[in-house]
Design a binder for this molecule. Structure first.
Ligand code: IYR
Length: 222
């Protein structure tokens, strides 16, 4: 039997335990400063920053290395405005009809509503699509595996990479998001997963006061 398994040496960097400790602490101290930003300035983030962050996202571990994602980067004002209009229509429906009282109560501390000006103001909208299938060069269709886990991890890498570069982000998931396939010309077997809003925060940007759970609540050690 012929095998497609072709191993290469691992490129691995080991650190001394103290260096490990320091790096782990420094990473936590950096990532804990990431906040979801809803007030963006119109300033443009350089395209190269977005491109490298996307390359970082594309390294994410994923099911059978099918890389079941597609990122659409929107800077065009006309497209942003179409996305805003469609998203606000869905959000008005959500806030006025679909959301339960319990859900609205849970959102109250975040101060969100159906108005989404950031969809036009922010430097970039990165619309993340999940691909249920891949296609060979000859056009034959293959199922992708663990697609939501894979795209979730890639999205996490993307958010982390943008934060590392100094780009503020907001995860935005208007529901339903089908309109994004139409506006952005994506095939119907791709599912819009999230809009990642990216840019510089507005000057004197405020964010809701929230706290994160302590370690003993989020983790168990045996
Ligand atoms: N999609 C809506 C509502 C919303 C839902 C959750 I859960 C949030 O953490 C934040 C907002 C909106 O974007 O306003």
């Amino acid at each position: 039997m012929t095998s497609n398994y072709q191993p290469i040496p691992l490129d691995y960097q080991e650190y001394d335990p103290e260096v490990m400790q320091r790096r782990a602490l420094e990473y936590y101290q950096s990532i804990k400063k990431r906040r979801s930003v809803r007030d963006f300035s119109g300033r443009k983030v350089p395209s190269g920053v977005i491109e490298n962050a996307l390359l970082a996202a594309g390294t994410a571990p994923n099911g059978a290395n099918m890389q079941p994602w597609h990122f659409v980067v929107v800077e065009n004002a006309e497209l942003k405005s179409r996305i805003r209009q469609a998203a606000e229509a869905e959000e008005r429906e959500f806030y006025q009809q679909r959301a339960s009282e319990e859900w609205l109560d849970a959102l109250a501390p975040l101060g969100t509503d159906a108005e989404k000006p950031f969809l036009e103001q922010a430097s970039h909208l990165i619309v993340i699509f999940l691909k249920k299938f891949s296609y060979d060069a000859d056009g034959s269709k293959h199922k992708n595996y663990y697609t939501s886990e894979s795209v979730g991890i890639a999205t996490g890498f993307l958010i982390g990479a943008l934060h590392h570069a100094g780009v503020a982000t907001l995860t935005h998931t208007p529901s339903p998001m089908k309109f994004l396939n139409e506006v952005l010309n994506r095939p119907s077997d791709e599912r819009a997963y999230m809009i990642l809003v990216a840019g510089y925060p507005e000057q004197d940007c405020m964010v809701p006061a929230i706290t994160k759970k302590p370690l003993d609540e989020i983790a168990t050690f045996y």
